[in-house]
Design a protein around this ligand. Sequence first.
Ligand code: RBZ
Ligand code: NIO
Length: 351
Amino acid sequence: MQLLQQTIQNIQSADHKMMEQARERIDGLCKPPGSLGRLETLAVQLSGITGELFPAIDKKAIIVCAADHGVCDEGVTSNPQNVTVFQTLNFPRGGTGVCAVAKITNAKIVTVDVGVKEDIPHDAGVIIKKIKYGTDNMAKGPAMSREEAIQSIEVGIEVATEEINKGINVLGTGEMGIGNTTPSAAILSVLRECNPNEVTGFGAGVGPGGIAHKVEVIHNAIALNKPNRHDAIDILAKVGGLEIGAMAGVILAAAAHRKPVVIDGFISTIAALIANELEPNVKAYIVPSHASEEPGAKIAAEMLGIEPMLQMNMRLGEGSGAALAFPILDAACSMMKNMATLEESMLLLKK
Ligand SMILES: Cc1cc2ncn([C@H]3O[C@H](COP(=O)(O)O)[C@@H](O)[C@H]3O)c2cc1C
Ligand SMILES: O=C(O)c1cccnc1
């Protein structure tokens, strides 16, 4: 709890003076005002986050948080739970979707076991921070205790902080956890105070009962556990997931260290909502990536007040969309650093 509290206390609002300076420089570049669109607003945001006019965003890491979900016992997903452990072992080997994208965008993949159902060998290249062997089934009781929920957030803080201390200057959130679109939709319907059928989608594949059964399981889990809408940790504990908590921790740690954090699709955006409930100043440090096909993703992004940059019809998770967005951040920084101002261009002409 101490680490979480300390991290939250360290999160400050963006550097508005630096944002003004960045805006001024951008408006002076040799282009029609506003013509580089969202590259401009992104560059202003990056200056506000880092407090630098020419931010360095060259050491990238996606932190992939892996955990299992007891609610899979209810048949909410068509995929076997052991895909979580296979994939967790596959990240360090470079064989997953996010690895393929990260390879071309020059990002490191950091894999963390926050709660995979099976033991991960210590030489597998995975950081082992297992809190428990998957959450409990939220259809029967709380997914985890309040202490475990806090611990999951603190795992994310610890891993992200370690990477930042090693020189990483931009983070991305990723996850792996068969079943995790169910707790994600549950968290969202609690925060939005809406019927789960408005925010529940297909995920990676629904079980034989279809989406209707998934909605019913979520509805009943909320009715049984009665999470408190105004207590994000209570929501995370009762109807959440360990990797969702850990991603919220990654986001909080990035903000506390004044580093941008690029969020991925549906599940990452839910983690961002949890982080935002804990500390609203975190929002300034969040950079969106792609618009996931999962219906709840759009709603969650709207609640957070962010607009995804890419429309790629993706719905993989793992951090794949975040990795894909990294070059846009590079371009924003390059615009700041390499583009001449109108004044500089004129001087060149006169020579
Ligand atoms: C082979 C495979 C690789 C994946 N990589 C990410 N996910 C994605 O799908 C899961 C969520 O969907 P649901 O809630 O329907 O189970 C998460 O693990 C998410 O990261 C995958 C899913 C599968 C099957
Ligand atoms: O958008 C996502 O993150 C997502 C969507 C479906 C399945 N897994 C992840």
